[in-house]
Design a protein around this ligand. Structure first.
Ligand code: TTP
Ligand code: MG
Length: 373
């Protein structure tokens, strides 16, 4: 008889809502359904400032995506319209509604697993810890996880009328990459033994945290795909890239032991606003600052925090120079008026000679809280 052995196994699921803000608009406004739709700043006939928050899939076909300047999005929509495509709907968005829908979805998800972590407004990780025993094969556990994912997708669709994409893997890293693999309405399972092969053909940008800069850096060393990374020895990667190389070595193999937990989450909560026109009008700027402090404070509360110690204010001038000032208090702060007072104190010097001797106009301001408890 072979010795009985139990192996504790992690099954991690990453849930990412599809075109989240845009999908909510379509859900609550039947007349929008199926039409190209963009949530973001007011395009003002192509002269608008600020960026796209999100676009639904029909609008993405025109090249419109998150973080694109809204003026550019407007031009893409116009070009499409002139080609005979349907007109694109632009909405500034109902952020309170998105927050409420997000809260309800997170409440559903948090009840369905051994561990839960909300990773953003529309993303969460769930984890089940399972033992593989004699008689119950590992394959079976992955199949069960897939069924569970199907049930979760159905529940969100029934209760909120929204679709999501789900990835399942042995850890957060693989689950996250898997949820991105098939979108929208995807479900991708990557059992432990298939991780390296699953990652191999992907471009290095598939690894969370590798943005355009890291990509360039890796490209300069001839590394374009995860396969290229997998071929490098650990010592070579460390020699070339230092500690980051070590990290890449592990990520290329889908190795990660980061826990599913909300505790080390949300190190900071912040908002910023681009003004319609560059300005140095104190009354206007302070009123917007008040609005930002309110929004940040609401999110801070909604995410279950009760105190913060650091306040950060950001100012971007008309010439795009960006400056931040921060203050960390010894005593935790708990009230909205403390946040406003502190951000005001940090921002005011930018309105006069102290921090703005040339009287440059301001394009954007931001407020952030850190050291949250
Ligand atoms: P994402 O999950 O990145 O995007 P998405 O849900 O719109 O689309 P996908 O189907 O590709 O997942 O972000 C979730 C929401 O966060 C998104 O609906 C709007 C908001 N968001 C911004 O406001 N600005 C941004 O730059 C991004 C990326 C997202
Ligand atoms: Mg999403």
């Amino acid at each position: 008889m072979s010795p009985r052995h139990d192996i504790a196994m992690r099954i991690v699921m990453h849930v990412d809502m599809d075109a989240f803000f845009a999908a909510i608009e379509e859900r609550y406004n039947l007349q929008f359904r199926g039409r190209p739709l963009v949530v973001g700043a007011d395009p003002k006939g192509g002269k608008g400032r600020g960026v796209v928050s999100t676009a639904n899939y029909p609008a993405r076909k025109f090249g419109i995506r998150s973080a694109l300047p809204i003026s550019q999005a407007w031009r893409f929509a116009e070009e499409a319209r002139k080609r005979g495509e349907p007109e694109t709907i632009f909405l500034e968005g109902n952020y309170r509604l998105y927050g409420e829908v997000s809260d309800r979805i997170m409440a559903i998800l948090s009840r369905m697993a051994d561990a839960f972590e909300q990773a953003s407004v529309d993303e969460a990780y769930l984890e089940w810890r399972q033992e593989t025993r004699n008689g119950k094969s590992e394959i079976k556990l992955w199949e069960e996880a897939k069924k569970r994912a199907g049930a979760i997708k159905r529940k969100i669709l029934e209760e909120e009328g929204l679709t999501c994409s789900v990835g399942i893997g042995p850890n957060k890293l693989v689950a996250k990459i898997a949820s991105d693999f098939k979108k929208p309405d995807g479900l991708t399972v990557v059992p432990m033994g298939e991780v390296e092969a699953f990652l191999r053909p992907m471009g290095i940008r598939a690894i969370p945290g590798i943005g355009p800069k890291s990509e360039q850096e890796l490209n300069r060393h001839g590394i374009k795909t995860i396969a290229d990374l997998q071929r490098m020895t650990q010592s070579k990667l460390v020699e070339v890239f230092g500690a980051w190389g070590e990290d890449m070595y592990r990520k290329a193999r889908g190795i990660s032991d980061s826990p599913v937990s909300n505790e080390w989450e949300a190190k900071s909560i912040g908002e910023q606003e681009t003004f319609a026109e560059d300005t140095l009008q104190a009354a206007f700027i302070l009123e917007r600052l008040k609005g930002l402090s309110e929004t940040v404070f609401r999110r801070f509360r909604r995410d279950g925090f009760s105190s913060f110690r650091t306040v950060v204010a950001t100012v971007r001038f008309a010439d795009f120079t960006t400056m931040t000032r921060s203050h960390t208090a010894k005593k935790p702060m708990t009230a909205e008026k403390e946040l406003y007072a502190e951000s005001l104190r940090l921002l005011l010097p930018f309105l006069d000679k102290r921090e703005n001797p040339q009287g440059r106009k301001i394009r954007l301001i931001g407020v952030r809280v850190e050291k949250l408890a």
